[in-house]
Ligand binder design. Structure first.
Ligand SMILES: [Zn+2]
Length: 341
């Protein structure tokens, strides 16, 4: 027997602790700021931009390419790990431009705000964070860093590429990511469209360096990751975790989940699981009803009457749009001893 279900969820708006504003010392037209990539991460393979700056002045959401990869009022750019368990790799967060460290915070635990065990984040929305002051009244802020990873102190001079810390999940975060925010004279600036704060259809490189632009191709839809799980709850919560353990203990069912950014109505998800002998034991299609910024879908197969065969199970999660494959992720895992007959 097979079945599939899903749950959609908009990400929480990530609010930052407001720091003191920095006036432009010259008071004249602002000097240019050139930004390098703030993460030491392959944006095609290992990281992805989940949210851009919201460019709609009202309650709607609008990113710089006229898409909806943002939440209302989001004032930064979110660089996320595609695979939650890459948290353990300590992916570096880097200074995006030369400057002097103005403020830092460390010591806030890495736990999803959706976890019932998470402590209140009221006055620590940014979690562990670094603020850098640059010439010409500019500031950059790097939020949700990993606990214990912060490498700089106030007064530290940095260049573009100086290691500040690692991507984490501290403060008001649901998953491991860097919230990267730029301010000029205390006001948030969209690094993809710095000349104006509203509207879209912008094709200028913004504040990014040529090398950063090459890494920052806008993708309206992307499969982020997929994996096996042993319960619907484990599948739906996997993106909030920081490791891959504690899965595949439940004998009753095996699931494959897929996580996707920018899914649209009428897209089709296909879930497949193959037994160690190569036999297809699950194939499930799901037609999407509602577009979503981030979605986790899953499908499950019940334990066979003869029990689970030991060995390596393989699976795939695919996205189809108008009969075209938009992406596919393959996974493989051995079942843990607890699940074997
Ligand atoms: Zn954010």
């Amino acid at each position: 027997m097979t079945w599939s279900r899903s749950a959609d969820g908009l990400l929480l708006t990530v609010l930052l602790c407001a720091g003191p504003s920095v006036a432009d010392a010259q008071g004249g037209p602002r000097a240019p700021l050139v930004l390098a990539l703030p993460v030491d991460c392959d944006m095609e393979r290992d990281c992805s931009i989940q949210k851009y700056v919201d460019r709609d002045p009202g309650p709607e959401r609008l990113d710089y390419r006229c898409g909806a990869l943002t939440t209302d009022g989001h004032d930064g750019t979110d660089f996320r790990l595609r695979r939650p368990w890459d948290f353990g790799l300590n992916v570096k967060v880097l200074a995006a431009a030369p400057g002097v460290v103005a403020r830092v915070r460390d010591g806030v635990p890495d736990i999803s705000v959706k976890d019932p065990a998470a402590p209140p984040v009221r006055d620590r929305m940014a979690g562990n964070a670094v603020v850098i002051r640059h010439d010409g009244g500019w500031e950059t802020q790097y939020s949700h860093l990993k606990q214990g990873s912060v490498q700089v102190i106030p007064g530290t001079r940095v260049v573009a590429g100086t290691v500040l810390g690692a991507i984490g999940m501290s403060g008001n975060a649901e998953f491991a990511h860097l919230h990267f925010e730029i301010r000029h004279a205390g006001k948030a600036v969209d690094p993809f469209a710095s000349a104006s704060s509203e509207g879209c259809a912008i094709s200028t490189p913004g504040l990014w360096s040529p090398a950063a632009v090459r890494s920052l191709t806008y993708k309206h839809t992307e499969i982020l990751s997929a994996d096996f799980a042993d319960s619907p709850q484990a599948a739906l919560e996997a993106y909030q975790k920081t490791d891959r353990s504690s899965h595949l203990q439940n004998k009753d069912m095996l699931l494959i989940w897929g996580m996707i950014s920018g899914i649209r109505s009428e897209d089709i998800e296909i879930f497949r699981i193959y037994a160690p002998d190569g036999g297809l034991i699950l194939e499930s299609k799901n037609s999407i009803k509602e577009p979503s910024l981030q979605r986790v879908g899953y499908a499950a197969v019940r334990r066979p009457a003869t029990g689970w065969a030991p060995g390596v199970y393989r699976g795939s999660y695919s996205l189809i749009r108008k009969d075209k494959i938009m992406g596919e992720v393959h996974v493989s895992r051995s079942l843990e001893t607890a699940m074997i007959r």
